[in-house]
Design a protein around this ligand. Structure first.
Ligand SMILES: Cc1cc2nc3c(=O)[nH]c(=O)nc-3n(C[C@H](O)[C@H](O)[C@H](O)COP(=O)(O)OP(=O)(O)OC[C@H]3O[C@@H](n4cnc5c(N)ncnc54)[C@H](O)[C@@H]3O)c2cc1C
Length: 219
């Protein structure tokens, strides 16, 4: 066998192995996008509310567990069409990272996993009729997963809620960043004594999000 044909065989073998590896690492979705029946037609409908850590993981895991079943339909409803990677949100304030690195599209990942996705804001749940209302539309379910996150706690401290920024989303982090930048721009144009209050920022909460770095990392 000539060196050329040996090389061609080796190349073909490598391409075949790469294909097998790619398929093993990215298993075929439960359904191709065009062959998946509408969510409402499944005999067992699982409706997941909220596309955050809990909701996304629940929907993705359910799709994996029911990979070989054709009677289970999974739908996720969330008010945003992206997943927020919360641990990196504080870094938006310092401009250490870009917003797009924190927000990841939900729709494609869920559809590839075999779920349906709707961007809508949940308004109400009728547990008797097993029906969720979101943006004026009704969504039936047989099983419901509630994973709508939480609201910030102000612990009744007077004034905090009315006079502070909260951090419950990417837009909140951007608003804090913009306020800090505005203050610096404002004082850079001021003449004479700059009131201390202009550049004083108070962070309420000393957990992982509050300080820039954990205390052990500061010099
Ligand atoms: C700034 C910050 C940093 C954090 N860092 C860390 C960390 O480093 N490590 C860690 O373990 N935990 C961290 N956490 C906590 C972690 O993010 C939460 O525990 C986790 O997100 C909770 O998951 P969840 O699915 O319950 O809620 P979320 O992830 O908040 O998801 C809630 C989902 O519900 C959707 N939703 C809400 N209301 C409606 C509605 N009416 N209709 C439709 N959809 C709706 C939202 O859009 C969102 O998609 C952090 C939290 C914050 C705020």
């Amino acid at each position: 066998m000539g060196r050329l044909s040996k090389g061609a065989f080796a190349l073909g073998g490598a391409a075949l192995a790469a294909g097998v590896l790619r398929r093993a690492l990215n298993p075929k979705p439960r359904y191709e996008v065009w062959e998946r029946p509408p969510y409402g037609e499944f005999p067992n409908r699982v409706l997941v509310l909220g596309g955050g850590f809990g909701g996304y993981t629940a929907a993705y895991t359910l799709c994996n567990l029911t990979h070989d079943r054709h009677d289970v339909g999974v739908m996720l409803i969330s008010k945003e069409n992206y997943f927020t990677f919360w641990p990196m949100v504080p870094a938006i304030i310092s401009s250490d990272i870009d917003t797009r690195n924190v927000a990841q599209p939900l729709r494609r990942a869920l559809i590839r996993a075999g779920a349906s996705f709707r961007r809508a804001s949940v308004d109400g749940i009728d547990y008797e009729r097993k029906m969720v209302t979101a943006d004026g539309q009704e969504f039936p379910y047989d099983h419901l997963v509630l994973s709508l996150g939480a609201e910030p706690a102000f612990f009744g401290i007077p004034g905090v809620e009315e006079h502070s920024f909260k951090m419950r989303g990417i837009s909140d982090a951007e608003a804090i960043r913009n306020r800090v930048i505005e203050r610096f721009e404002e004082v850079s144009l001021m003449r004479g004594e700059i009131p201390e209050s202009k550049l004083t920022f108070v962070v309420i909460g000393g957990g992982a999000t509050g300080p820039r770095r954990p205390p052990s990392c500061t010099s």
